[in-house]
Design a protein around this ligand. Structure first.
Ligand code: 3PG
Ligand code: MG
Length: 397
C-alpha cells in the first residue's frame, strides 16, 4: 500500500529537512490540554535528528486569516515539543524570511527548530507559489507528518512538496497504513459505526461507506432522520426532517450494494437533554410525541455488538447518543467496549477518528484498546468520504 516515499528511502544526515506537523492542539491559557498530536509526531522528529538532519518544524495553529496574531503563536509549543522529542528546540519568530533563515542556519546536525505559525502569511492557505518557494529555500528535503491537515491544499502541504523531494513521516505512514487496512483493502466483513448529530454533514460519507462496507450501524441524532424517513414517530427528537428523501436514497443505495444498515430498534428517551433527567427505554415504534430519542437502547446495543462479533474490520466515526450528557453516553460506551473486547481477542481490527469520535472513545475508556485512533478530524471525514486528500496525493510517487 506504500505508494509513497518514506524515511526508509532517504539519507538525511547533514541535510535541512522541513517537517510539516499538525501542532493545532487544544490549548487553554497558553498550555496544551491534549498533547496527542505532539506525541504522535515526535518519533519522526527524533528519528530525523538522530540521523543527523537539521530539522525544521512547521505547522499552522488556529485560523489567524493570513495575519500575525499573538494569541495563535506557536511559541507556547516550544517546551512541549522539546519535551516530546527529548532535545532543545529553537524558535523563529517567522516561518519565512530572515528570522527563519537565521534559525535554520544556526542548526547543528541533529538540531531542531520550530518556525512561527504558517497561517500568519496569507500565502499559506492560498497555496501561493512565492510563499511555497520561500519555504522551499529553507530546506533540501520535505517530510509531511500532518495527515490531520492533509485535506488542505495549502503551501506547506502541497506547494512546497512539489519543490523538494517529499516523504511521508512515520505518523503519516502509520495513519495511511491503518486507514488502508480499514477501508481500502480490509479483511471482510467490514463494518462501520457512524454517529453524530446531523446527517447533512455526513451525506458524502454515508454514500461512500454503503459502497464499501458490509454493515453500517447508524446512531446519534442523524439516525433519527433515518427512522423518520422510514415512517417511525420520533416525537420531539433532533432530526433533519427535510432530508427524509435523501435518507431513503442512502438506504436504497445500501440495499442495492448489499450493505446491511443497522438502525436503533429501541431507544432511551427523555423530555429533554439534561444531566440526570428521568429516562425511559422504549421500542422505536413507541416513542411518545413529546419525547426525545437521546441514545440507543439496550436491545440495539446488543444487536450492534452481536453483529460486530461477526465482522473482522470496523471503522468508527461519531457517538451513538448524546454522550456528553450522562446517562446518554451508555449506548456509545457499551458498543465501544464490545468493539474493544473483540479487538483484545484479536477478532476485530478497529480504526476510529474524526470530530467527536476521540472524545467519545476516550470517555468510554477504550482509546488505548482500539487498533488505531487517528489524530485527524476533518481529514479523517474527507477520507471516509472517499476523497483524494491533497496532502496524501502529493506524496505519491
Ligand atoms: C484540524 O485540527 O482539523 C487540522 O489541524 C486542520 O485545521 P483547519 O480545519 O483549521 O484547517
Ligand atoms: Mg478542523
Amino acid at each position: 500500500m506504500s505508494a509513497f516515499r518514506t524515511l526508509d528511502q532517504v539519507e538525511v544526515a547533514g541535510r535541512r529537512v522541513l517537517v510539516r506537523l499538525d501542532l493545532n492542539v487544544p490549548m487553554k491559557d497558553g498550555r496544551v490540554t491534549d498533547a496527542t498530536r505532539i506525541e504522535r509526531a515526535a518519533p519522526t522528529v527524533k528519528e530525523l535528528a538522530d540521523k543527523g538532519a537539521k530539522v525544521v518544524v512547521v505547522s499552522h495553529y488556529g485560523r489567524p486569516k493570513g495575519k500575525p496574531d499573538p494569541t495563535m503563536s506557536l511559541k507556547p509549543l516550544v517546551d512541549p515539543l522539546s519535551a516530546a522529542v527529548g532535545r532543545p528546540v529553537a524558535f523563529a519568530e517567522d516561518c519565512i524570511g530572515p528570522a527563519a533563515a537565521g534559525a535554520v542556519g544556526g542548526l547543528a546536525d541533529g538540531g531542531v527548530a520550530l518556525l512561527e505559525n504558517l497561517r500568519f502569511h496569507a500565502g499559506e492557505e492560498s497555496n501561493d507559489p512565492g510563499f511555497a518557494a520561500a519555504l522551499a529555500e529553507l530546506c533540501d528535503l520535505y517530510v509531511s507528518d500532518a495527515f490531520s491537515a492533509a485535506h488542505r491544499a495549502h503551501a506547506s502541504i502541497d506547494g512546497v512538496a512539489r519543490l523538494r523531494p517529499a516523504y511521508a513521516g512515520r505518523l503519516m505512514q502509520t495513519e495511511l497504513d491503518a486507514l488502508g487496512r480499514a477501508l481500502e483493502s480490509p479483511t471482510r466483513p467490514v463494518a462501520a459505526v457512524v454517529g453524530g448529530a446531523k446527517v447533512s454533514t455526513k451525506l458524502d460519507l454515508l454514500g461512500n461507506l454503503v459502497e464499501r462496507v458490509d454493515v453500517l450501524a447508524i446512531g446519534g441524532g442523524m439516525a433519527n432522520t433515518f427512522l423518520f424517513a422510514q415512517g417511525v414517530e420520533i416525537g420531539a427528537s433532533l432530526a433533519e426532517r427535510d432530508l427524509a428523501d435523501t435518507a431513503r436514497a442512502i438506504l436504497q443505495k445500501a440495499e442495492a450494494k448489499g450493505c446491511d444498515v443497522l438502525l436503533a430498534i429501541d431507544a432511551v428517551i427523555a423530555d429533554k437533554l439534561a444531566p440526570g433527567v428521568a429516562t425511559t427505554v422504549v421500542g422505536v415504534d413507541a416513542v411518545p410525541s413529546g419525547a426525545m430519542i437521546l441514545d440507543v437502547g439496550p436491545a440495539t446495543v446488543a444487536a450492534m455488538s452481536e453483529r460486530l462479533a461477526t465482522c473482522r474490520t470496523l471503522v468508527w466515526n461519531g457517538p451513538l447518543g448524546a454522550f456528553e450528557t450522562a446517562p446518554f453516553d451508555a449506548g456509545t460506551n457499551a458498543v465501544a467496549k464490545a468493539a474493544a473486547e473483540l479487538t483484545d481477542q484479536g477478532r476485530l481490527l478497529t480504526v476510529a477518528g474524526g470530530g467527536d469520535t476521540v472524545a467519545a472513545l476516550a470517555h468510554a475508556g477504550v482509546l488505548e484498546r482500539f487498533s488505531y485512533v487517528s489524530t485527524a478530524g476533518g481529514a479523517f471525514l474527507e477520507w471516509l468520504e472517499g476523497k483524494d486528500l491533497p496532502g496524501v496525493a502529493v506524496l505519491k510517487l
